[in-house]
Design a protein around this ligand. Structure first.
Ligand code: HEC
Length: 154
C-alpha cells in the first residue's frame, strides 16, 4: 500500500515535470514586448546567436537575388544552402525551450524553403520561379518580425 502511494507520487511528479517542460516548449519564455509585439526573453549570448543567424538569412537572401539577377545558379545554390536546415540543426535544447512553438515552426519553414530554393536552382528552375519562391520566404520573414521581438535578460 505504502509503496503504491510512493509510486503514485513519483508518477505525479513525473507527469508534472513533463507538463512544465511541454508548456515551455510550446509557449517559450515570453513577455509583453515594448512595442506591441511579444518579447522572447533570452540570455545575451542566446540573443546574439539568433541575431547572427538572422544576418545569415539576410545575406542568403541577398545572394539568391544577386544570383537570379546574374543568371548565376551556383551563387543561388551556395547562398540558399547556407541558410538551409543544416545550419539550424545545432541550436541547443535550452534555447529551443525558450522559443515559442510558432516561432520555431516559422523558423523551420524558412530553413526548409531555403533548401527548396537550392534544390530548384540545382535542377534548372528558371529565375522567375526562384524569385517567386524567394518572395514567399520574405513573407515569412515579415510575418515573424511583426509578431516577435528579442529581449535580453541580462
Ligand atoms: C521565426 C521568426 C523569424 C523569422 C522567420 C525571421 N526572423 Fe529575422 N528576426 C526575428 C526577430 C525576433 C528579430 C529581432 C527583432 C527585434 O528584437 O526587434 C530578428 C532580427 C533580424 C535582423 C536584425 C539582425 C541584427 O543583427 O540585429 C535581420 C537582418 C533579420 N532578422 C533578417 C531576417 C530575414 C532576411 C529573414 C527571412 C529570410 C528573417 N529574418 C526571418 C525573427 C525572425
Amino acid at each position: 500500500m505504502k509503496s503504491n502511494k510512493l509510486a503514485s507520487i513519483a508518477l505525479l511528479l513525473w507527469v508534472a515535470t513533463i507538463a512544465v517542460f511541454a508548456w515551455f516548449f510550446i509557449h517559450g519564455n515570453t513577455e509583453k514586448g515594448s512595442d506591441g509585439r511579444t518579447a522572447i526573453v533570452l540570455q545575451a549570448g542566446e540573443r546574439d546567436l539568433v541575431l547572427s543567424e538572422m544576418r545569415g538569412l539576410l545575406s542568403a537572401t541577398q545572394g539568391i537575388l544577386e544570383g537570379a539577377n546574374e543568371g548565376d545558379m551556383q551563387r543561388i545554390i551556395k547562398a540558399a544552402s547556407a541558410a538551409g536546415m543544416k545550419g539550424a540543426a545545432d541550436v541547443n535544447p535550452a534555447l529551443m525551450a525558450k522559443l515559442p512553438m510558432e516561432f520555431k515552426s516559422l523558423g523551420m519553414d524558412v530553413h526548409r524553403d531555403m533548401d527548396a530554393i537550392a534544390k530548384a536552382a540545382a535542377t534548372g528552375t528558371p529565375a522567375p520561379e526562384i524569385l517567386k519562391m524567394t518572395s514567399n520566404i520574405l513573407n515569412e520573414c515579415v510575418a515573424c518580425h511583426s509578431a516577435w521581438q528579442l529581449k535580453s535578460a541580462n
